[in-house]
Design a protein around this ligand. Structure first.
Ligand code: IPD
Length: 289
C-alpha cells in the first residue's frame, strides 16, 4: 500500500512512550463526567489528556489519516476504508484508578477496516508489544529487546482442561448477556463430574489489549469477551495474528469483526486449536445478543 507501515509503526512507538510518561506521572482522577454508562464504566482526566495528545500528534504527522478514539467516539461512528488510527488512551482504566499495574495505551492502525499495525505499551511494567501485518510481532521490556512472539514454542492443545483462560465481565452487569457470561464461566471452571470443562484457571486482568498480548505471548491459551469496541482490540489483533494466534466469534455462527460490541475469542497458535474452539463454544451457555 501507499502507507509506509514501518514509518507509521516507529511513529506510534514514539507516541506510546510519550503517552506512557503521561500515564505514570498522572494522579488518577475521575473526570467530571467520570462515569459513562454506569459505575463500572469510568473515564479519568488522563484518558482524555492522552487521547488529545495522540490525536494532535497524528494530525500533525499524518493529516490524511482518520482517527477513532474511545473518549471522542460517538455512537454511530464507523470505521472507513481509509487508514485510521484506532486508539484506547488507557485500556484498563479501572486498574489505573486503583493503581493496579495492568494498564496500557493502545494504538492500532486499521487499513480498509483491517488491523494492520499494533502498538501496545504498559508504562508501569515497561512492556511494549508491537506488530505489523505480515512482518511479525515483538516484545520489548526490561528483559527482552525486540524478541519475536510467541515467547515459547506453542505446545499442542489437547483440551480445555489443560488451558489457562481469560475472560472479562466488562461493564454490562445485568440482563441476559450477564447471565450467559456467568453461566459460561461456571461451565469452564466446574469439575468434569459436574459437567464442566475444568480449565486450569480463569484470569480477568482488566485490559482487553493486554489479554490479547498474553495470548500472543503464549502465557494464556484462550481469551473470551463479549461487547468490546474496535479500540479494545485493533492493536492486539495484529500482535496476536502475527504470533500465530487467531480471533474467532465468541459463539458459533456469524462473526463480524471491527464493529462495535464485538464478541470474540482469541486463541493462541498450536496444534489442536480447532478442537479447543469447538469445546469452548460448547461451554457457551446461551446466546449473547
Ligand atoms: C475495558 C477493558 C476491559 C474490558 C472492557 C473494556 P477500558 O477498556 O479492556 O478489560 O472488559 O470491555 O471496555 O474502559 O479500560 O478502556
Amino acid at each position: 500500500s501507499a502507507v509506509n507501515l514501518q514509518e507509521v509503526h516507529d511513529f506510534l512507538v514514539e507516541i506510546a512512550y510519550r503517552a506512557g510518561e503521561m500515564i505514570t506521572s498522572a494522579k488518577p482522577i475521575q473526570s467530571e463526567a467520570g462515569q459513562k454508562k454506569n459505575s463500572a464504566d469510568i473515564v479519568t482526566e488522563t484518558d482524555r489528556a492522552v487521547e488529545k495528545m495522540v490525536s494532535e500528534a497524528l494530525r500533525e504527522k499524518y493529516s490524511d489519516f482518520e482517527f477513532m478514539g474511545e473518549e471522542t467516539y460517538k455512537p454511530g461512528d464507523t470505521l472507513s476504508d481509509k487508514p485510521t488510527l484506532v486508539v484506547d488512551p488507557i485500556d484498563g482504566t479501572n486498574n489505573f484508578l486503583h493503581g493496579h499495574p495492568y494498564v496500557c495505551v493502545s494504538l492500532g492502525l486499521a487499513i480498509e477496516k483491517k488491523p494492520t499495525i499494533g502498538v501496545i505499551y504498559n508504562p508501569f511494567t515497561k512492556t511494549l508489544y508491537t506488530g505489523i501485518k505480515n512482518r511479525g510481532s515483538y516484545l520489548t521490556d526490561p528483559w527482552h529487546d525486540h524478541i519475536r512472539l510467541p515467547l515459547r514454542d506453542p505446545e499442542p492443545m489437547k483440551d480445555l482442561s489443560h488451558c489457562l483462560v481469560a475472560v472479562e465481565w466488562g461493564s454490562d452487569r445485568s440482563g441476559n448477556d450477564y447471565d450467559v457470561k456467568n453461566a459460561t464461566f461456571k461451565n469452564l471452571c466446574a469439575s468434569k463430574e459436574t459437567g464442566g470443562a475444568m480449565v486450569h484457571g480463569i484470569r480477568s486482568l482488566g485490559s482487553a489489549e493486554l489479554n490479547l498480548c498474553a495470548v500472543a505471548s503464549g502465557h494464556l491459551d484462550v481469551y473470551w469477551e463479549n461487547g468490546c469496541y474496535a479500540w479494545d482490540v485493533c492493536a492486539g489483533w495484529v500482535i496476536l495474528e502475527e504470533a500465530g494466534g487467531r480471533m474467532v466469534g465468541s459463539m458459533k455462527g456469524d462473526w463480524e469483526p471491527m464493529v462495535d460490541q464485538m464478541r470474540y475469542m482469541a486463541v493462541r497458535g498450536g496444534e489442536g486449536r480447532e478442537g479447543i474452539i469447538e469445546e469452548f463454544w460448547g461451554c457457551v451457555a446461551g446466546k449473547i445478543e
